[in-house]
Ligand binder design. Structure first.
Ligand code: NAP
Length: 380
């Protein structure tokens, strides 16, 4: 049975990965080992391996004590390593293992290795052929792509497949959980403080404005929780994610073009650019898309192509009630569906399409492509 080491399993992506693997019965076909960077020797995720996740030989497996995620000898013994720990960990461990001759499958959620020539980006509903060819050719490094890139390609893959996209601008609304568990917890703590203020003022006449101004004072106080984010995210939007790179772009914005084109395997670059914004939503990323098509395309044809992108795309009619009911982070979170709506021609002309899409970045934007790839490795 394939031995698989999991690192970063208690973070946002790792937790969702384990949950999905459990739902799909994936643990039946592998021999899992869990590691930690902070709790070595502690208890592994026992719930994951509880009844229902019996090994293929029929016995219920017990979780082993957590291994040391930096123990190269232990890692070297594995057929496969799945890491959702983050870029620093990948940077420290990956090269050391490879330099030591380890030829197992390295499956990673972090961005560190994405643009390496010997790494393939995972988004099998879009690039399954490429992934399969890579495995057959002996590639052993497979990396999940940036969450907004994956969600955008899942949403409008049908337009790309037909070669219709000249360029795309994506304005993102990225949820707090996209920045990790600690940030998500902090935004909830920020919310608690601010909710306490609003509850004190709302019963007064003009209470909403009084609460709003008291909150603006509260967020400047030293006790306001901002250790992770540095600023208030609750009731706020932050138009900068990650660090500055060239051209006035943030690294998150830079990833849009390079990763989308790598997944699509384009020979001529399709420009992808926009502004990436962190918002106070807890889970699921939204994107407002401006798509420049290579020729005028009727709304019916565009909608059909979008709907045919893959089995998870769900086109929401461009009308207010359905949009507000189904095209929001809260409506989409926890689901594999990729919602896309507000599809219409923009006033600039019949080659310009506007659309709004929402997808759970912890599922299709992170854990699900990794999980599905692991199944491909098991089935080899
Ligand atoms: P995360 O939630 O911060 O978890 C990463 C690790 O941080 C955990 O495995 C845990 O390691 C440690 N940790 C520290 N404080 C924690 C807490 N309060 N709760 C749980 N774990 C905590 O990171 P992530 O969002 O899952 O991201 C992992 C990687 O995937 C990153 O490279 C990220 O860029 C990438 N990614 C994330 C998303 C997303 O939507 N979040 C999407 C695509 C890609 P120990 O158990 O060893 O202490």
């Amino acid at each position: 049975m394939l031995t698989v080491g999991f690192i970063g399993w208690r973070g946002m992506v790792g937790s969702v990965l384990l949950q999905r693997m459990q739902e799909e019965g994936d643990f039946r076909d592998i021999d899992p080992y869990f590691f930690s960077t902070s709790q070595v020797g502690g208890e592994g995720p026992a719930a994951v391996l509880a009844a229902g996740d019996a090994g293929s030989h029929g016995t219920v497996r017990k979780s082993r004590p957590l291994g040391d995620a930096y123990d190269l000898a232990a890692l070297r013994a594995l057929d496969c390593i799945v890491t959702c720990q983050g870029g620093d960990y990948t940077g420290e461990v990956y090269r050391a293992l490879r330099n030591d001759g380890w030829r197992g499958f390295w499956i990673d959620a972090a961005s560190t290795l994405r643009m390496e020539s010997d790494a393939i980006l995972l988004l099998d509903p879009v690039n399954r052929d490429h992934i399969e060819r890579g495995i057959a050719a002996g590639i052993r490094t497979f990396v999940g792509a940036n969450c907004t890139v994956s969600l955008m390609l899942m949403a409008i893959g049908g337009l790309f497949r037909e070669g219709l996209v000249e360029w795309v601008s994506s304005m993102t609304y990225q949820a707090a959980s996209g920045a990790g568990a600690a940030v998500m917890e902090e935004v909830m703590r920020q919310h608690e403080v601010l909710a306490g203020i609003s509850s004190r003022h709302l019963s007064e006449r003009g209470g909403a404005l009084a609460a709003e101004s008291a909150m603006r004072v509260a967020v400047t106080e030293s006790t306001f929780p901002t250790t992770q984010i540095g600023v208030p995210l609750s009731f706020n939007v932050l138009p900068f994610i990650d660090k500055m790179v060239e051209g006035g772009r943030s690294r998150e914005e830079w990833k849009g073009q390079v990763e989308a084109n790598k997944i699509l395997g384009t020979t001529t670059i399709v420009p992808v650019d926009g502004i990436c914004v962190r918002v106070g939503a807890l889970r699921s990323h939204s994107q407002g898309l401006t798509i420049k098509l290579r020729r005028p395309v009727s709304l019916d044809e565009a909608t059909e192509l979008i709907a045919s992108s893959n089995e998870w795309v769900r086109v929401i009619p461009n009308e207010k009630g359905e949009t507000l009911r189904a095209l929001t982070p809260m409506a989409v979170s926890g689901s594999l569906q990729i919602a896309i709506g507000r599809i219409h021609h923009l006033t600039m002309g019949p080659e310009y399409l506007g659309a709004f899409t929402v997808g759970d970045q912890l599922l299709w934007g992170a854990a699900e492509p990794l999980r599905r790839f692991l199944r491909m490795v098991v089935a080899r």
